[in-house]
Design a binder for this molecule. Structure first.
Ligand code: PEP
Length: 252
């Protein structure tokens, strides 16, 4: 069976400041203790990337971006390239988060181009996807997420270390989560789609669950079949909560 090391990534969204340095130091300490079992990373806002990159440098806590442009450089005011994330020491970049798909109209094709750019820069894209509530209620979840995976994932020969994050849109920031059976069903379908798209390499791709992961529900979610870690929003801002989730992921 293919071993997939679990990954717990924190999406800070538009939160945090330079005063978050103490939380980052506490996260680094916790990540060191868990390093043999779980990989950990934070994705702070871009203006904190330099500060966070310096703090996490050489530690067990990785750095990630929240988004990137598909081009390496150029006249794209306000944007940041995957190469720039690499330059500040990032290992990951989130692409296709539902907030970007919804608020900025990003299509799966845009997401695939960004994911390809992240691979080109030598980093791992965390490709986010998930169904809306109306799609779940219509019984379309499995077909919607399989199609999103197919359209958002770079073609096989570009594919190095991609990560998938299954995030039901209705579970993000709401305190609602799918049942463990629904999570297992969705992750199983995504694994099948990965195998179909990438062959044997699809077996090694980590599939994270995201959407209202908290210290008190993490143990159940993280021990669900085919769940290889978590993408955490609100609960990743405080070291105590984020580390409690990572410990649950490590089975502690
Ligand atoms: C997210 O934004 O990716 C997320 C999972 O948020 P939350 O954990 O707050 O639901």
């Amino acid at each position: 069976m293919t071993e997939r090391k679990k990954l717990v990534a924190g999406n800070w969204k538009m939160n945090g400041s330079r005063a978050s340095a103490d939380e980052i130091r506490a996260m680094i300490q916790g990540a060191e203790a868990l390093r043999s079992q779980v990989e950990m990373a934070i994705c702070p806002p871009a203006v904190l990337a330099g500060l966070a990159g310096d703090l996490v440098s050489g530690s067990a806590l990785g750095l990630g971006g929240q988004d990137c442009h598909a081009e390496p450089a150029g006249a794209f005011t306000g944007d940041i390239s995957a190469e720039m994330w690499a330059d500040v020491g990032a290992r990951y970049v989130l692409v296709g988060h539902s907030e970007r798909r919804t608020a900025y109209g990003e299509t799966s094709e845009t997401v695939r181009a960004k994911a390809g750019a992240v691979l080109r820069a030598g980093l791992q894209p965390i490709i986010c996807l998930g169904e809306r509530l109306s799609e779940r209620e219509a019984g379309e979840t499995l077909s919607v997420i399989a199609e999103q995976l197919e359209r958002s994932t770079p073609v096989p020969d570009e594919t190095g270390g991609i990560v998938i994050a299954y995030e039901p849109v209705w579970a993000i920031g709401t305190g609602l989560t799918p049942t463990l059976a629904q999570v297992a069903e969705a992750h199983g379908r995504l694994r099948q789609a990965l195998r179909a798209r990438l062959g044997a390499r699809g077996e090694g791709v980590r599939i994270l669950y995201g959407g209202s992961v908290k210290p008190d529900n993490a143990a159940g979610l993280m021990s669900t079949p085919d769940v290889d870690g978590a993408l955490v929003g609100g609960a990743s801002l405080k070291a105590a909560d984020f580390l409690a989730i990572a410990r649950a992921c490590a089975g502690r």
